[in-house]
Design a protein around this ligand. Sequence first.
Ligand code: HEC
Ligand code: HEC
Length: 207
Amino acid sequence: MFWVLDGDTLWRNSANPERKSCGDCHGDAKSSMKGVSARYPVAHGQTGAVTTLEAQVNICCTARQNAPVLASESKELLALTAFLARQSKGESITVGNSATTQAAIARGRMIWERRQGQLNLSCANCHDDNWNGKLAGAPIPQGHSTGYPIYRLEWQTLGSLQRRSRNRMTGMRAEPYAAGSPEFADLELFLMWRARDLPADTPGVRP
Ligand code: HEC
Ligand code: HEC
């Protein structure tokens, strides 16, 4: 919750070339951002190119505030996304299988179902086929992305869904995609579609 409070402070910060805080344009986040993160990532156009919440925040930083991009996994970007996602706590995740999201869901599903890495496993092998089983004594969850960014005890800090997915890929001894890559955005959209109708609960805490 300290991160959410930091995000609230950043939301009201107008120290940028345009002298405009996020709140100057968007007003009270409690109402203007309610439900927003629950429908992110969003897909655009015929190709279904995907914009994650992180990417949208950076669009506003650069295009609206004339400020530099916030680096992925930076304290500022994590605090802002945690603050934004907090405004949707309890709201149902609404990423749907619409005409615009279909292509991105299909691309994300391919990543999810493809065996990869030296262990030759797919994400689905664990999270769809064996979700009530155990891995080295730890329960295998369905792997729903309802609480991101999460505070992870192993990290001793907050981290994004991309960081979590990157971890999983190195765990499978596969080559992770680059930070901010379209592949991670597709996977994220697929995961949020897969978690549709579940209540959003950022910031989650995980071991
Ligand atoms: C100068 C006005 C302005 C400022 C400052 C601004 N935004 Fe925006 N923001 C917009 C506009 C206009 C849109 C919708 C069009 C677009 O996506 O660019 C938008 C869209 C968004 C969305 C997507 C909303 C949705 O319903 O999909 C989010 C999230 C967001 N902004 C967050 C932020 C954050 C966080 C900051 C501060 C770092 C910020 N904005 C600063 C004008 C602004
Ligand atoms: C060998 C089994 C296995 C594979 C393969 C696997 N995972 Fe997982 N995953 C787990 C286990 C066990 C956990 C819970 C313990 C932990 O967090 O490490 C987990 C946790 C998660 C979580 C966290 C859910 C939450 O509650 O926050 C996500 C998201 C996730 N996995 C996504 C993936 C993705 C994406 C892939 C493929 C790139 C993948 N996993 C591959 C076993 C697996």
